[in-house]
Design a protein around this ligand. Structure first.
Ligand code: C5P
Length: 227
């Protein structure tokens, strides 16, 4: 069976407060999306990388124009991340037992070695799983007035990252069943089928670029990796 990476990059990145979608912002002189793709393309454990863009995306052609024998570009973005991934799965042909690794375009600091480690850890798992990190901060639940309603015990809480890795048939079933808006990652769609994806301790540096301040941190992480 093949191992395919799907990279949803059809979001507008509204929290970044920029006119440019965040995946096209520049990190160390390179579009963020190009850095993410190059890492996946360099990982020996990945056979093909599918980039999932918005149907009206012209940025990729104009600003990135990356070509690689392992790269396929699909203009199949949907209204939500889950819909984008579902469209990508339908368009990317292959076998039911292919492993699908969904990775956020907005996580450029993941290294090829870490991708290979995730694949090696999960390739015999009956369900699949995801990179995640134990929560380090004390966690509060808020009431409607913005006051603390409770302190939530954090010992069993994790922050989900990507890649999230599942067999094609399971992921297709999960995303077909799930209500798109509530599903913010692939794991939650699989969980809704009653399955328990495996949590694999992810890299601390595998941050998601969401706010402007994340750009500087991502540049620092990439500089450290290059040393
Ligand atoms: O907005 P957020 O950071 O959660 O988006 C996570 C990833 O999903 C990003 O790479 C974004 O481009 C992608 N996305 C998408 N289609 C959407 C919304 C988000 O591919 N409709």
């Amino acid at each position: 069976s093949a191992r395919l990476a799907l990279v949803p990059a059809a979001g507008s990145g509204s929290r970044m407060g920029s006119d440019i979608p965040k995946q096209y912002l520049t990190l160390l002189g390179k579009p963020l999306l190009a850095i993410t793709l190059e890492s996946l393309l360099s990982a020996d454990s990945i056979d093909l990388v599918y980039l999932l863009l918005s149907p009206d995306d012209s940025w990729f052609r104009d600003q990135v124009a990356l070509e690689h024998p392992k790269l396929r570009v699909l203009y199949c973005g949907g209204a939500s991340r889950a819909e984008t991934v579902r469209n990508g799965l339908l368009a990317a042909s292959g076998a039911a037992d292919d492993w699908i690794l969904v990775h956020d375009a907005a996580r450029p600091c993941l290294t090829p070695a870490e991708i290979d480690r995730l694949v090696a850890t999960l390739q015999d798992d009956p369900v699949g799983g995801l990179f995640a990190l134990p929560v380090a901060d004390t966690v509060k639940r808020a009431d409607a007035a913005g006051r603390v309603a409770a302190t939530v015990p954090r010992d069993d809480l994790w922050r989900a990252q990507t890649p999230q890795m599942f067999r094609r048939d399971l992921l297709s079933r999960a995303l077909a069943a799930g209500a798109s808006a509530a599903v913010t990652d692939e794991s939650s769609a699989v969980e809704a089928l009653g399955l328990a994806p495996r949590l694999v301790v992810g890299p601390v540096g595998n941050i998601k670029v969401t706010y402007p301040a994340d750009l500087a941190q991502a540049e620092l992480l990439l500089t450290m990796q290059a040393e």
